[in-house]
Design a protein around this ligand. Structure first.
Ligand SMILES: Cc1cc2nc3c(=O)[nH]c(=O)nc-3n(C[C@H](O)[C@H](O)[C@H](O)COP(=O)(O)OP(=O)(O)OC[C@H]3O[C@@H](n4cnc5c(N)ncnc54)[C@H](O)[C@@H]3O)c2cc1C
Length: 487
């Protein structure tokens, strides 16, 4: 166990959130911070998700930091290696890598009211003390494996898309894919040409619309690099296009009909077999689950050696997968494209606040926070990509940057006024969440589907029900009246 000097801020995680937050602290003149990362490199989901075809589905000019725009993006929707390189370059360029302690997994954190400090413990017992604790652990950083009877008995190869096994050659193999979410629709078309057969188990069909992707011409990239206005202009146009879509998800659900037409046209054009088309037609309102973008998913499923099985997998045995109709599908490899434990915020971290209250206990009915950032009873704890700050319509980085600005002001205030702690008032947090849940009731996400936005109790703990601009305005400046300030 090591005893360290007291830090001003401690950040957990080095995805887009953690790296950006560190840059913001530095800009505010706060250098006495440390970043902890359980892996050996920065990048978050873009370090981990190395499956074939991994790419963003928000245009890269918008899916990048506003303070580090990148004229060199090779295409409109960059692929994983390029996005990972970008995060890594930013971390290096802004000096964040040097402030990061890698292979350092945080196990727990406890707040001491007398000193106003967090004590943070790594899994190896190492201990740190800090005034502010900033979690940047992502919503999609813990892969979710389904609980299928007999799955441990399978004798072939098994892996999850977020821990892709590149050492397993899929050429000529019989492969089962479980899940049809955002990852599956990206990797399935990539592996279909090499496998002997592929059976795709689909619990519910996703809405897939075309991806307006293309490579940027060398001259375009040169123009973006030479004229900053062009680069910002491209970002601004993409911002407006995406922002306008928020209406369809939240208050004006009828606007979704336009995208639905696009979906129907796409499906009809790419899938000629009426039976398969029916199988691939979702039975819930569009937008209720994440809308997916792809040009090659449907054509891949139309291949003769590919079959789609609707319904939940019944069981797995030594040689294959038993589908919902009881039919046994013999396979060599099972790939789980079953997503992430998105509603289990900050798990499995044990966080203890004032009076020994555990955050997990507090969140038993579902995670919630004030502005998705602070929780009453957990002073000096600030979250990035916390509860209800996910989006269905635009770049998460817009939300993250709003949070970074807010947290930066809170940490500056703590230090400048030598406060012991800032604790959001319970009333402010409750009012905020009552209003938020009311707005979510009108959203398309309440359309009756099961999605990773909604927890087991039926509460949407993931999404922000509005424009990113509204969120930015709400987080522009902390309202100190909402906080108990202890000195
Ligand atoms: C495949 C994929 C594609 C996506 N595409 C898009 C897209 O196109 N547009 C979009 O807006 N969003 C997209 N997202 C959502 C994405 O999660 C966010 O955009 C964003 O990258 C989140 O960044 P983050 O830093 O908050 O979290 P992450 O990137 O998840 O980073 C969290 C970091 O915390 C570390 N960590 C976690 N727990 C601990 C611990 N206990 N101790 C130490 N370190 C810990 C992790 O190792 C990781 O490095 C995508 C997500 C995935 C998985």
């Amino acid at each position: 166990m090591t005893s360290q000097a007291v830090l001003d801020a401690l950040i957990i995680g080095t995805g887009f959130a953690g790296v950006g937050m560190a840059v913001q602290l530095q800009e505010a003149g706060i250098d006495n911070y440390l970043v902890l990362e359980r892996a050996g490199d920065v990048g978050g989901v873009w370090r981990d998700n190395v499956y074939p075809g991994a790419a963003c589905d928000v245009p890269s000019h918008l899916y990048s930091y506003s303070f580090a725009q990148n004229p060199a993006w090779s295409r409109k929707f960059a692929a994983q290696p390029e996005i990972h390189r970008y995060v890594r370059d930013c971390a290096q360029r802004f000096g964040v890598t040097a402030k990061t302690r890698f292979h350092s997994e945080v196990a727990s954190a406890a707040f001491d009211a007398a000193t106003g400090l967090w004590t943070v413990f790594l899994t190896d017992g190492t201990e740190f003390r800090s005034r502010a604790l900033i979690t940047a652990m992502g919503q999609l950083s813990q892969p979710a494996m389904p609980r299928v009877p007999g799955m441990e008995r399978f004798k072939g190869e098994v892996f999850h898309s977020a821990t892709w096994r590149h050492d397993i050659d899929l050429t000529g193999k019989r492969v089962a894919v479980v899940g049809t979410g955002a990852s599956a629709i990206q990797f399935v078309p990539e592996i279909v040409p090499k496998v002997k057969s592929l059976v795709l188990f689909q619990r519910s069909a996703p809405y897939v619309i075309p991806k307006g992707d293309r490579a940027y011409h060398a001259l375009e990239k040169l123009a973006f690099a030479q004229a900053a206005l062009l680069q910002s202009g491209s970002r601004a146009v993409q911002f407006l296009v995406h922002e306008s879509r928020a209406l369809a998800f939240t208050s004006l659900n009828k606007l979704m009909k336009v995208m639905e037409l696009q979906f129907k046209f796409n499906l009809r054009r790419q899938i000629k077999d009426p039976v398969l088309r029916k199988t691939l037609t979702p039975d819930y309102p569009m937008g209720c689950k994440r809308i997916l973008l792809s040009n090659n998913y449907y054509p891949a499923l139309a291949q003769p050696h590919v079959s789609v099985v609707s319904g939940a997998v019944q069981a797995v045995d030594a040689t294959g997968v038993i589908g919902p109709d009881g039919r046994h599908h013999e396979v060599d490899v099972i790939i789980y494209g079953t997503g992430f434990k998105a509603t289990e915020f900050l798990n499995p971290l044990q966080i203890t606040g004032l009076n020994g209250v555990s955050l997990q206990e507090r969140w038993k009915q579902g995670a919630e926070a004030y502005l998705g950032i602070t929780v009453s009873g957990f002073p000096n704890l600030f979250m990035l990509y916390g509860p209800n700050t996910n989006l269905g319509h635009s770049s998460i980085i817009l939300m993250l940057e709003a949070q970074m600005g807010y947290i930066r002001q809170c940490v500056s205030r703590l230090l400048a006024d030598k406060l012991r702690y800032l604790n959001v008032k319970q009333g402010a947090e409750q009012r905020f969440n009552a209003d938020l849940q009311k707005q979510l009731k009108q959203s398309v996400w309440q359309g009756g589907c099961t999605s990773w936005y909604v927890n087991e109790a039926g509460r949407n703990v993931a999404n922000w029900p509005g424009f990113t601009v509204t969120y930015r305005l709400r987080t522009q400046r902390p309202d100190w009246n909402d906080y108990q300030q202890a000195s």
